[in-house]
Design a protein around this ligand. Structure first.
Ligand code: HMG
Length: 391
């Protein structure tokens, strides 16, 4: 009996109610906006409303998948994040409750900086291989936040993706092998007592490039495809030019030459959403995949690579083959709407939202109703988080 193909059957994204244009940030900082637009390759960043967080974004991303496919076969929810809302309880439990999913389900949260959604995808694939009648809901949701006034401020952002992993998928069939690399380093991290990450920007770029090459070498050692076989590359994008830097570095390390046009063919379609949303940590490489599927119609039966990097650090290179007919199952209009309908805000409002004053003594605190998304964080009370549908 032949093994069924396993991979991503459906993919949906969600982001925040607000956005800060990087031109607004540049104006406030007295920086040339070209540094952000051209130098980093970023136009805007998503900013969560007071009543949004990783749970509301993840539930909003998952809702259309449940509406389309039902939840009867979902027995596992894997929630990837590095901006978790609780040290103990998995954020996926709130999503499970909000979406009214069956109780016959296991739910767990995974963390390793921006990498963990890739681990979730691998674990999901293994579960489906064991029992192809089951489906796994993989959620990746993060809010990238740095101290205001630092060089990293322009690389903030927020978004979630939801992916349904199944046998005989309609979007992407994942392949074996993948390539992996890990190294214990401190390029970016967030101690438990901080709400913002600490980062050594230059070191993180070098670490990302080195990890990509090492993961690629591991992929090749295990019999992976030649670089020239891939139609496109979906990199983790802390800022979109990082994908270009890393890909150039990878090409140089393999002795391959690539001009600007080749780089654009390989990378540009996967950068459209990240350019508008900013860094979404664990979701970023899969936003790149959504962006690629929404912006190219020539990928039937062609291999694409997903290149995942999480500081600290772990990298993995996945390869997958795009399923013929994928364009009939993408969510281009909904994805574009989620991005385009964000409300632009000025610096003063962004500043308030960046540093909210929330009680940590268990007292009752209601959040203002701001989000236009389907779910909101309504209150904090008795150290509990109270989520509600908005509709
Ligand atoms: P910086 O040092 O202020 O910026 O911060 P810069 O001086 O390096 O300039 C950036 C680019 O803009 C440069 O281009 C400049 O030349 C160009 P490059 O040389 O790199 O090609 N530039 C201009 N271009 C046009 N017109 C101008 C102009 N001025 C300058 N007028 C830095 C940049 C990325 C370091 C900072 O934003 C930062 O620290 N960000 C956070 C860290 C980060 O994103 N690291 C990426 C790799 S690590 C990673 O991806 C993991 C992560 O997602 C976390 C996780 O895993 O959880 C971060």
């Amino acid at each position: 009996m032949t093994e069924p193909a396993i991979g991503i059957h459906d993919l949906s994204l969600a982001t925040t109610h607000y956005r800060l244009d990087l031109a607004t940030l540049a104006h406030h900082l007295g920086t040339d906006p070209a540094k952000f637009h051209t130098g980093l390759g970023q136009d805007a960043m998503s900013v969560p409303a007071a009543d949004e967080d990783i749970v509301t974004m993840a539930a909003a991303a998952a809702r259309p998948i449940i509406d389309r496919h039902g939840a009867d076969r979902i027995r596992t929810i894997l929630f990837a994040t590095e901006t978790g809302v609780d040290q103990s309880k998995a954020a996926g439990l709130y999503v499970h409750g909000l979406l009214g999913l069956p109780s016959a389900c296991r739910i767990v949260e995974l963390k390793q900086a921006c990498y963990s959604a890739t681990a979730a995808l691998q674990f999901a694939t293994a579960l489906v291989a064991r029992d192809p009648t089951q489906q796994v809901l993989v959620l990746a949701s993060d809010i990238a936040k740095y101290e205001r006034g630092t060089a990293a401020e322009a690389t903030q952002g927020a978004a979630a993706v939801a992916m349904l992993v199944t046998a005989d998928p309609r979007l992407l069939r994942l392949e074996v092998p993948s390539g992996v690399f890990s190294a214990d380093i401190s390029d970016f991290w967030r101690p438990n007592y901080r709400s913002e990450a600490v980062v050594d920007g230059r070191a993180s770029i070098t670490a990302y490039q080195k990890a990509t090459v090492e993961a690629w070498n591991d992929y090749r050692r295990h019999g992976g495809r030649d670089l020239s076989e891939f139609a496109a590359f979906c990199y983790h994008q802390p800022f979109t030019n990082m994908a270009y830097k890393a890909h150039r570095h990878l090409l140089e390390s393999t002795g391959a030459a690539a001009g600007a046009a080749d780089l654009d063919t390989a990378l540009a379609a996967a950068a459209v959403y990240n350019r508008a949303l900013g860094n979404s940590y664990s979701a970023s490489a899969y936003l790149a995949l959504a962006s690629l599927l929404d912006h190219r119609d020539d990928l039937d039966q062609r291999p694409v690579a997903i290149i995942s990097y999480g500081s600290g650090s772990v990298a993995e290179i996945l390869s997958g083959v795009i399923v013929p007919g994928y364009r009939n199952h993408v969510r281009t209009a909904a994805n574009t709407n989620a991005i385009d309908l964000r409300e632009p805000i000025g610096y003063a409002r962004y500043e308030e939202l960046h540093d909210p004053e929330l009680p940590d003594d268990g007292s009752h605190h209601e959040l203002p109703a701001e989000t236009s998304g389907p779910y909101r964080l309504a209150a904090l009370t008795g150290h509990k988080r109270i989520y509600q549908p908005t509709g």
